[in-house]
Design a protein around this ligand. Structure first.
Ligand code: NAD
Length: 511
């Protein structure tokens, strides 16, 4: 059952929902072709969209460049005012934005509202940051000289996003890139075009009474991955910020590297948690269940691997199975549901194939894994738990669904080694009441991930910290801390306020 009606959508979309390209007053049909997205809830069409063609994309880039040249000289706190308004509109439209996320990505109500809250939070953060785009003053070795650094706007920023955070990931990038003085071109997942149009509408409404903001400052290009091609190869795109699978990141980053452009990569995770003998198992259990089955296991930070001490693994297994038995799977719009659908039929197939491979490798599925056809034509599955009893290659890959592996360990160094043995390095956790174990996990020989937690699950990061991971996760950092620096260029300035011209390193060059 879809509870969004056309009248509600019109509030956001003002009749633009079939355009393939939106940039200020430019609303291009998307001449290439029309594509239809299906809702994960019941596999019925959500809407039809025009796909942006490459000529249209070239035009968008030209306009985006012109908008950047104007916007880069607008004072940063005024750019912050734009983001403040975007955040306020997101507050007003929170419920409706969340409904679009549920409709297109299948996220349950609570998590969809939480995602919009992330957009609101990053806007608040960025407004403050707009008065804090600071550089350093550095001691010069030369008399009567001053050395300093400044941070300047970068240029048009291309944002490529995944289906699973269709609003928040745009928000992390857009809020910071805008206060940093850049124009934006967004290629969202073709699964979540309505969410993208609704976010673009936030910017357009927020800027409508701000004379300083150029019309073409932000653009949305709808369609599949081919739409992003001209953005990736264009020298005027100063930064390509791409969120999605490792495979996508490899392709995009190799192509941007050919023109020595900048990338910011937020790619796949294969997140693990170590549960030690001293862990509070009540807490660990709650953390594992939320992190493993939240968003139906389709978060980049979803928990996929629990590495539990051999003395407690059996108890943990029993308690996990009991907890899983009571988890309601179903329509994400229902208040009772905790687990919504997988995004599409291909995701269901990949989930089932991973289960089959794990079993063929000599391991055991101890709970779940069934397709829930009793819940209708959507992509509903029972979340699964596997117990590792032999070698497994499949544990090393990211299966984007609610499939959790349990692996036993004897010593902490062994647990950390198992934990770090995968190619991805996004989020990690340890549950322990032992200070030394916790600090070892957080230390230089501990977890090799970008995010390491103690007595907290792997998912549900706050926006105040830098978000991202190492190895196949791509190395990028977005959101809080000093992630804003990704969206600016640094200039080092040395000023001579004396009457001589001393050279650095004491070099004498008298003419
Ligand atoms: P995906 O890689 O299939 O697609 C992501 C985006 O990239 C889409 O917009 C898609 O059209 C585009 N794309 C794909 N291949 C491309 C190419 N060769 N050139 C240009 N664009 C391309 O990912 P998905 O299925 O939408 O999302 C799930 C993946 O995203 C998972 O691997 C998940 O871990 C990852 N993810 C990572 C983060 C993070 O912050 N690290 C956040 C969310 C999702």
């Amino acid at each position: 059952q879809k509870i969004i009606n056309a009248a509600k959508l019109d509030i956001y979309l003002k009749g633009t929902q079939f355009c393939g390209v939106i940039q200020g007053t430019h609303r291009l049909a998307g001449n290439e072709s029309v594509f239809t997205s299906l809702s994960p809830i019941d596999n019925t069409p959500v809407a039809n969209f025009g796909k942006a063609d490459s000529t249209e994309v070239e035009q968008v880039i030209e306009r985006s460049k012109a908008a950047f040249l104007q916007f880069r000289t607008v004072p940063a706190p005024i750019r912050g005012e734009l983001v403040r308004r975007i955040g306020n509109l997101a507050r007003e439209r929170k419920t409706l934005l969340a409904e679009l996320i549920s409709l297109e990505a299948g996220k349950i109500k609570e998590e969809a509202q939480g995602e919009v809250q992330e957009l609101i939070d990053i806007c608040d953060f960025a407004v403050g940051q707009s008065r804090q785009l600071y550089g350093l003053t550095i001691a010069s070795e030369r008399p009567e000289h001053r050395m300093m650094e400044q941070w300047h706007p970068l240029g048009p920023v291309a944002i490529i996003t995944a289906f699973n955070f269709p609003v928040a990931v745009w928000g992390w990038n857009a809020a910071l890139a805008l206060i940093c003085g850049n124009s934006l071109i967004w290629k969202p997942s073709e699964q979540t075009s309505l969410c993208a149009l609704a976010c673009q509408q936030l910017v357009e409404d927020a800027s409508s009474t701000m004379a300083e903001i150029p019309d073409d400052l932000t653009a949305v290009l709808l369609g599949d991955k081919t739409v992003a091609d001209p953005l990736i190869s264009h020298r005027d795109i100063a930064l390509v910020s791409a969120t999605g699978s490792t495979e996508m990141g490899r392709t995009v980053s190799a192509r941007v590297a050919q023109r020595l452009g900048r990338v910011l990569l937020e790619l796949g995770g294969n997140n693990g948690m170590i549960v030690t003998p001293s862990a509070n198992l009540d807490l660990a259990l709650r953390a594992i269940v939320f992190a493993a089955v939240g968003t139906c296991g389709q978060r980049c930070t979803s928990l996929r691997r629990v590495i539990a001490h051999e003395s407690i693994i059996d108890e943990l297994e029993t308690r996990l199975i009991k907890a899983y038995t009571s988890l309601p799977v179903g329509n994400p719009f229902s208040d009772k549901t905790l687990i919504g659908p997988l995004v599409n039929r291909a995701a269901v197939k990949r989930f089932q194939a991973a289960i089959e491979t794990f079993q063929k490798e000599g391991n055991e599925i101890i709970y779940g894994g069934q397709l829930r056809e009793d819940l209708g034509p959507g992509n509903y599955v029972t979340p699964a738990i596997g117990r590792q009893t032999g070698d497994s290659q499949i544990i090393g890959t990211e299966t984007f669904g609610p499939l959790l592996y349990l692996t036993p360990y004897e010593t902490l160094p062994e647990a950390i080694s198992i934990h770090n043995s995968v190619t991805q390095g996004l989020s990690s956790a340890i549950f322990t009441s032992d200070l030394q174990e916790a600090e070892q996990f957080l230390g230089p020989a501990g977890s090799d991930c970008g995010i390491s937690n103690v007595n907290i699950g792997t998912s549900g990061a706050e926006i105040g910290g830098a978000f991202g991971g190492e190895k196949d996760t791509g190395g990028g950092r977005e959101s809080g801390s000093d992630a804003w620096k990704n969206y600016m260029r640094r200039a080092t300035n040395t000023i001579n306020y004396g009457t001589a011209l001393p050279l650095a390193q004491g070099i004498q060059f008298d003419i």
